[in-house]
Design a protein around this ligand. Structure first.
Ligand code: SAM
Ligand code: SF4
Length: 390
């Protein structure tokens, strides 16, 4: 099957003691506050109505689902439980000198659960826990259990896998339904050079442990970097065929803390498709219409599936249904927009659920139609991936 420009997806597109971190996991327990800025993600749009998101807007619906000016309904909430991590992947963090939010600024599990409950009342049906590395937040299963009690259709986790093997069972017992494990190389030495810490064997073991407790089909996230791991596309395709794990190839996005993103380092999803399709013919799964960012393809011989997350070269903004809650309690409507609305002030100032709902509605209403990475006036977001919650 040939991938064309008309491919539909591309076209439309805490803190009491109980949940403290394990400080021993971190080399740099820094505590420099991170400024939250409000800025459109492209220059010249300061007058755009969507940037004026704190002003009352009579057109913003007060009932019904979370909908933006472009008709996109938002039912997927990503919760970043921490900005900390036990790894330092080259495309995400810098090797030294990362600073992290002071712990008092992080939302507690009770605060996250309250925001999630209000979001659920506004039509949010799926939650993904992310970070930073979510499993370095102590007692994460307690949060999973609180969220499961609300009754989401889907309660998923994205993790680097370093601590998953020992926690998989308690996470499933708490109500986790799905897991994505990040793994950028199947070669031990290269894995370590990309992730700077951690090791491949532990992550592969974690995948097996997660499957053993029913977290299937497991998804594997691979960020491809030119001249770093782009010679492993077929190896990962073979891995998907042999294991039944869904390998998702992710384009490098301009959200690395080091600010070294370069278009030349990005491996376009189209190239991944062409390489794999030439070796093992692929066919599209579904019609690519709908909010899923990954274009899904199954191997024509029935042995497994891959996904392409081509956020840069084939944006899926037109069907985006996501909003984010950052670890320090800001609602963010796009990875690429610095327009953040703090719910923490409301949570800690005795505010009502209605006030939280208003912030969610306003944030969604203020969303831009697209991320504009491919436009000359694009401005890199101030916060990087691990601070926002990937
Ligand atoms: N620490 C967890 C992990 O690595 O899976 C969860 C957080 S991480 C920010 C979520 C996902 O974002 C991972 O799959 C990671 O590979 C991906 N990611 C991080 N920085 C990225 C970047 N600059 N471009 C594309 N993907 C990135
Ligand atoms: Fe940590 Fe995940 Fe970022 Fe890697 S991608 S540094 S594991 S938060």
């Amino acid at each position: 099957m040939a991938l064309t420009n008309e491919t539909p997806n591309s076209a439309i597109q805490g803190i009491g003691e109980s949940d403290q971190f394990d400080a021993s996991l971190f080399m740099e327990p820094g505590s420099t506050p991170v400024a939250v800025s409000v800025r459109p993600h492209r220059a010249g749009l300061e007058g755009h109505a969507a940037t004026n998101s704190r002003s009352p807007d009579a057109a913003m619906p007060q009932v019904g689902p979370l909908i933006d000016r472009y008709g996109r309904v938002h039912n997927d909430l990503r919760i970043s439980v921490t900005d900390r991590c036990n790894l330092r992947c080259v495309y995400c963090m810098s090797e030294e000198g990362m600073t992290f939010l002071p712990r008092a600024e992080l939302l507690t599990f009770d605060e996250m659960t309250r925001v999630a409950r209000v979001a659920h009342e506004l039509g949010v049906t799926s939650i993904r826990l992310t970070g930073g590395e979510p499993l370095v937040r102590r007692r994460l299963p307690e949060l999973v259990s609180n969220l499961a009690a609300i009754g989401f259709d889907d309660l998923a986790l994205t993790t680097n896998g370093m601590q998953l093997a020992s926690m998989a069972e308690s996470l499933v017992n708490a109500g986790l339904t799905r897991v994505n494990v990040s793994c950028d190389s199947l070669r031990a030495e290269r894995f370590e050079s990309i992730r700077r810490r951690g090791d491949l064997a532990t992550v592969l073991g974690a995948m097996s442990a997660a499957e053993a407790v029913g977290l299937t089909p497991l998804k594997v996230n691979v960020v491809l970097l030119r001249e770093t791991n782009d010679d492993e596309i077929l190896d990962f395709a073979a891995f998907a065929r042999e294991t039944g794990r869904i390998v998702r190839f992710i384009e490098f996005m301009p959200l690395d803390a080091q600010g070294e993103w370069d278009r030349d380092r990005l491996v376009p999803g189209r190239e991944v498709f062409e390489q794999i399709n030439a070796e093992w013919p692929l066919e599209a799964v579904g019609d690519h219409v709908g909010p899923a960012p990954a274009e899904r393809f199954r191997f024509a011989d029935g042995r497994g599936e891959i996904g392409l997350i081509s956020s840069v070269t084939q944006p899926f903004c037109g069907t985006c249904n996501r909003l984010r809650l950052t670890a320090d309690g800001s609602i963010r409507n796009c990875l690429y927009s610095d327009d953040e609305h703090s719910v923490r002030d409301v949570l800690r100032g005795g505010g009502s659920d209605d006030e939280i709902a208003q912030i969610l509605r306003r944030s969604v209403w203020a969303k831009f139609p697209g991320h504009a990475i491919n436009e000359p006036e694009f401005l890199r977001p101030v916060r990087s991936m691990s601070m926002i919650g990937g």
